[in-house]
Ligand binder design. Structure first.
Ligand SMILES: [Zn+2]
Length: 192
């Protein structure tokens, strides 16, 4: 499945820097993107790996957009695809590094983007949840996370939000050694 705009122009792929970004599991973003977009789909590793799934989830809006464009012969609203790409770029541009706990004298840091990707993957493990966006809203503050969701289940919202908070808090602690003080969950949409 190649991603094509209705007028035949392919959607912009991730730029070269982004493609070469190596996930904590050792796979690069470009490979995951290619598997996601060029038929065949994600391989066994990518399906079971939270880092790869996180990277794939990040491109999900692009894929959903193309699904929509394919099913819908009518013109999408002007600027639709551009606004999605802008959102992805905006998420990427917050490139500060979070300090992680490490034994003295070691210093360990992870990009805000990579940390958010790990946590977005954890949140999307919760049944009925699609992560629209996940980021640390306060530059330099690794204790506060904001996560935007679309829900697609009839489970009470408060219950799902609690599950998401718990999944994210646990992943932050286990995978990053990070203690989140505030997890701001925003439900953008509900698809029944
Ligand atoms: Zn992986």
């Amino acid at each position: 499945m190649a991603i094509d705009h209705p007028n035949g122009n392919p959607l912009p792929p991730p730029d070269q820097d982004r493609r070469e970004e190596v996930l904590p599991c050792g796979r690069d973003v470009g490979t995951v993107y290619d598997h996601l977009t060029r038929g065949g789909g994600l391989d066994d590793h990518e399906l079971s790996c939270p880092h790869c799934r996180g990277a794939a989830a990040e491109f999900a809006p692009v894929l959903q957009a193309t699904e929509l464009l394919r099913d819908e012969p009518a013109e999408p609203p002007p600027g639709f695809v551009e606004s999605i790409m802008a959102r992805i770029h905006a998420t990427r541009s917050r490139g500060w590094r979070l300090p992680l706990p490490a034994e003295h004298p070691l210093h360990l840091a992870i990009t805000e983007h990579a940390a958010a990707t790990v946590l977005a993957a954890a949140a999307s493990e919760v049944a009925g949840v699609t992560v629209d966006r996940c980021h640390f809203p306060e530059h330099g503050d690794p204790t506060r996370l904001q996560i935007n969701l679309t829900l697609r289940q009839r489970t009470p919202v408060s219950l799902i939000v609690e599950r998401v908070r718990k999944a994210v808090r646990t992943a932050a602690r286990r995978q990053l050694g990070l203690e989140l003080r505030t997890i701001d969950v925003r439900v953008d949409d509900i698809h029944l």
